[in-house]
Each structure stands twice: as C-alpha cells, then as structure tokens.
Design a protein around this ligand. Sequence first.
Ligand code: GDP
Length: 365
Amino acid sequence: MELGIIGLPNSGKSTLFNALTEAGISADNYPFCTIEPNIGVVNVEDNRLEKLCQEYNPEDCTPAPIKFVDIAGLVEGASKGEGLGNKFLSHIREVEAIIHVVRFFEDENVAHVSGDIDPVQDIKIIENELIEADLETLRRRQEKTEKMLKTGEDKYKEEMKIIKKIEQALESGIPVRLQKLNDNARRLANELFFLTDKPVLYVANMSEQQLTELNNIENFQSLKNKAENEEAELIELSAVFELELIDLETDEKEIFLNELGLEEPGLKKLIQAGYELLDLITFYTVAGGREVRATPIPEGTEIIKAAGKIHSSMEEGFIRAEVVNFKDWDSFDGMAGARDAGKVRIEGKDYIVEDGDICHFRFKD
Ligand code: GDP
C-alpha cells in the first residue's frame, strides 16, 4: 500500500519525503529503508504494539510499514505530455492514496511556478491534469462501450449513461471521488482506476512563522474550507522545520516544538493520517519470544488472507486461528485473563479480521 506525494514543483515534496524517511532512520524502533530513491518505507507508531512488546519482550518488535512515493515532475500540461507528464501520471495510478503538498512558504530564492502563492489555485492546476487524464481513460472506455451497444444489451446503454454523467461532472471540475455514484457507476469507477478517485489529504507546507499565525492567513482559511467541503484531512507543517527536528535530542525537540505551540512533530500526524487514508486496519501476531508484529490489511479481509500476509505457508496450510482483540487482552491483563473471561475465540478461515485482533494461526506446515 503506497501513498504518493504530489504537488507543483518547489512546493516542498522532496523536503517532506526526506524528512519522512530520515525520521525513520534515526528512530530506533522505526527503522526506515529506501527501496528506490523516490520510495521510502516508514513504520507507523502504534501504542498497542508497544504494549504487546512490553509484555512479551520479543527479539523483534515489528511495526506496520507504509510506503511513501515522491512523485515529482507533475506540471501544468502533464496530461498532454508536457515535461515527463505521462510517466508521472502513471506513477500516480500505482499508488492507493495521495498526499497533496501545497506551498504556503514565501521565499524569493525559490521560484513559484505560477508566480503567486495561491494554494487553492495551485491545487486546481494539479487536479485539472488528473481530471484530463481521467477524461482520457473515460474516452477509451466509451469507444469500447459504443461498439458493444450494437449487441442491443441494456447494460451497455446504462453504461453509456454512466460514462456521460461522470464525463460531465469531470468536465465541470469535480473529481470522481467527490461525485455521487450509484452502485453500477461505482463498479465502473473501480474498474477504471481513475486518478481523481483516490483518497487525498492536503499538506500545507509553511514557514515556522506562518505556523504560529494560521488564523491570520487568508489563504489558509480558503484551503481549510476546501478540505472541509471535501471531508479531506488538512495537515499544516513546515517541511524544512521537520527536517531540522530530526537530528535534535528529545528535550531539544520539545523546546523547538513548544516555541511553535506544537505538541508533536507534524510528521507523526502525517504518518497516522496517511495510514488512515489508506483505510487500513492492523492485526497483531505474537511468535513466542521471537517476534511481535503489527500487520496492516484492508478492512474486510478474511483471516486466511491475513495469515498469508505473515507467510504464504500459513495461508496454504491454514486450519484455524485463536483470536482475541487487543481491547480484551488489555482489559483482562493479558492472554490468561482474556482466556478466563472467555474472550479468546476459535475462528475458521472465513472470519473477517477486526482492527486490533491478536491472531494465533494454526496451520499445516
Ligand atoms: P519539490 O520540487 O516540491 O520536491 O520541492 P523541494 O522539496 O525540492 O523544495 C524546493 C525548494 O524549496 C528547496 O530549495 C527547499 O529547500 C525549499 N523549501 C521547501 N520547504 C520550504 C519552507 O518551508 N521554507 C523555505 N524557505 N523553503 C522551503
């Protein structure tokens, strides 16, 4: 599951990406690794995992990872092949959700692509490119559907109607994710992997000064309204400041954060929000004293598939699982207490895993 970082050039994407990945390197419990120069894995902080690890004291305490991809090079005209347009659009197609970085900081040494700092307008520029790419996807589908209309089947007539409706909405600037779609339209949208259908969160990249005077920044209020209307998360941070924070000792960090009236680094908020944006839940496995692991899965996953995330042999040889939710584990003081209280269940392969389940798989090796 990957989150793509997009935004206009010079909005601070790479700075943010570096901060995310370097923060990972320096934190002992949350090791980071770079897969490719523009892809990084960041591990998600997790209080439940920490409690489990305190209890079991395993050799390895493995947090849930999420991947961030720095998708540079998206410029006006990308959908028409400007710059390396199509290549970057295809990178966006591969991610599950989008972090859209918007520039608020002012710096005469860092050129702003469209001259002025106008965040809502900047978002529009990028969004228009994604909309153009989706219109293209839709046109290709329309050509196929038109041919199928000759069969006289009703479902193709219905599909043509859906295509027209999505097209009209896109042409008036409404991303697919904000369109009201009936079940059939939703199915078609899922099939076509529209770029504007992916969940989005906005990052307002600001100077430290700006962070202390949010209410006075008119542009910020406009972006806030936009995000609220879209029910999208908006996180304000300073990418440069976050990068500087990383090398500081804990007490120094606190002093710097306090100065800006912040309780925690913006990155921490961003990683959590990113995890939520991907609509993932977490289950846990405890392997003797060896490893306690948090594993992300999409909501609605059957337990046999969840077992396969740990090891393919666990899925192939799956017999059953012992399951207790972390809430019960925690409130009955561990496994023995939860068992006495009848909270440890035996579940078969079709059981749908819930967030916080601690699963112990029985499988034929
Ligand atoms: P990208 O093109 O979106 O990846 O942007 P970069 O992260 O490469 O940033 C472009 C330039 O803006 C770099 O020189 C950064 O150091 C600078 N920059 C990024 N964030 C800030 C900020 O909050 N304040 C200032 N003054 N400069 C920043």
